[in-house]
Write a protein of this length. Structure first.
Length: 95
């Protein structure tokens, strides 16, 4: 099924290398020099001069989080909808 998304070879390579690092040393990723270089190169390639490694202002404005909020940004809405559906289905059964 094609959703119009293209995953480049560079992205696949990055993901595979990141998975390898997390499998080899999940508890010490912060001290893993190779993993840190991988992240640094990826950000500099994608963001260029806006990279926090090249742009002091971007580093100062950064709150420390890196996209984790994106994984849950719709959950509150979905939760409300599912609860509404569940309640509606229960009402029909009682009638």
């Amino acid at each position: 099924m094609d959703h119009g998304h293209t995953i480049t070879l560079q992205t696949r390579s990055f993901i595979q290398q990141w998975i390898d690092h997390t499998r080899k040393s999940p508890s010490d990723l912060l001290s893993n020099a190779e993993a840190l270089i991988l992240i640094k190169k990826r950000e500099m390639k994608l963001k260029g001069t806006r990279s926090r490694f090249r742009n002091q202002r971007a580093l100062e404005q950064w709150g420390g989080y890196s996209g984790v909020g994106r994984l849950v940004y719709r959950w509150p809405n979905v939760k409300v909808l599912l609860n509404d559906l569940h309640q509606g289905m229960n009402r029909e059964k009682k009638c």
